[in-house]
Design a protein around this ligand. Structure first.
Ligand code: NAD
Length: 294
């Protein structure tokens, strides 16, 4: 099989749903062997089976990766199965609440610290020895509001600012080992999180979120996966310490320009991946992701 990630081995956290499902399938299509990581309740097995059925290579790893022991054993599983590790994608995350700060639930903050920050720290730490050996690369999920801040989701944006700053420091620190470190900063993407029926936004917030995008629509998981692919591939060999925003222009916008975009330009482009788990994600505090941190 030819491909931009031929013979590469990748771990993708949060790979069972949403953007992570698209990353796993896009990487597998480009020749990577993929370790699909998620919680017991995520459709990880389905994603693995779908990749295998289309001729790709994948295994699943189920566990709470905010824990140090789980993070370590996941890297071991990747190396035991495929021989080495080239790519770590820190995509797992949670978005359980929207509210002004005086009403923001404290348990939602704790849940985000545990599931947005700890997994990046634990997983990166555990993967570094293998990545230094392979001269590999790390790409993590930031967020446009991790750069700008955004009302009603101030604590969530701040957890993503942590990921983006962490990645820059790590990029400088690990350059001498030949390890590149970058971030992707999505805007509103068409997963469970950005729909009022499946995520924590109300109708007004959902409308403003989409109207705030100059391109006038949500991005697709596949459009985000395309940017992960570039950053993870050898084509990005001179890119480190960067955040690539995949946000339809939100970061540079100050009004609601999406309102003026004609409906024919709001159509999503043709999609090539079959993503059955796009809206199967983690958009409220869930019991299997509240286990204590180790
Ligand atoms: N959807 C968006 O609009 C958007 C915007 C900006 C950034 N992002 C980022 O993209 C990433 C994916 O978002 P999504 O919309 O695809 O959400 P999603 O809920 O579909 O996917 C996240 C996955 O991570 C898993 N996960 C969470 N904590 C975990 C843990 N401790 N151990 C193992 N698995 C865990 C979840 O169970 C879920 O399957 C997140 O990091 C998010 O912050 C998303």
């Amino acid at each position: 099989m030819a491909g931009r990630l031929l013979n590469k081995v990748a771990i993708v956290t949060g790979g069972g749903s949403g953007i992570g499902e698209a990353i796993c399938k896009r990487f597998a299509r480009e020749g990577a062997a993929v370790v699909v990581v998620g919680l017991n309740s995520d459709p990880v097995r389905d994603v693995v089976e779908e990749i295998l059925a289309s001729g790709g290579r994948a295994i699943g790893y189920l566990g709470d990766i905010s824990r140090q022991d789980t993070a370590k054993s996941c890297v071991k599983a990747a190396v035991d199965e495929f021989g080495w590790l080239d790519i770590l994608i820190n995509n797992a995350g949670v978005f359980p609440a929207t509210a002004e700060l005086d009403k923001y639930p404290v348990d939602a903050l704790e849940y985000m610290i545990k599931n947005n920050i700890y997994p990046v720290f634990m997983r990166t730490r555990s993967a570094l020895p293998a990545l230094q050996k392979s001269k590999g690369t790390i790409v993590s999920a930031g967020f446009e509001a991790g750069h700008m801040g955004s009302l009603m989701i101030t604590p969530y944006g701040a957890t993503k600012a942590w990921v983006m700053t962490f990645s820059k420091g790590l990029a400088v620190e690990q350059a001498k080992h030949g390890v590149r470190v970058n971030c992707v900063g999505p805007g509103p993407i068409d997963t469970a999180w950005t729909h009022k029926e499946t995520g924590p936004m109300n109708a007004k917030m959902e409308k403003n979120t989409v109207d705030g995008v100059p391109l006038g629509r949500r991005g697709t998981p596949e459009e985000v996966a395309n940017v992960y692919l570039f950053l993870a591939s050898d084509e990005a060999s001179y890119v480190t310490g960067a955040t690539y925003f995949v946000d339809g222009g939100v970061t540079i916008s100050t009004s609601l320009p999406g309102e003026d975009v004609p409906s024919h330009l709001k159509q999503q482009p043709p999609q090539h991946l079959k993503l059955a788990h796009r809206k199967a994600g983690n958009a409220k505090v869930r019991e299997d992701a509240t286990a204590s941190m180790s």
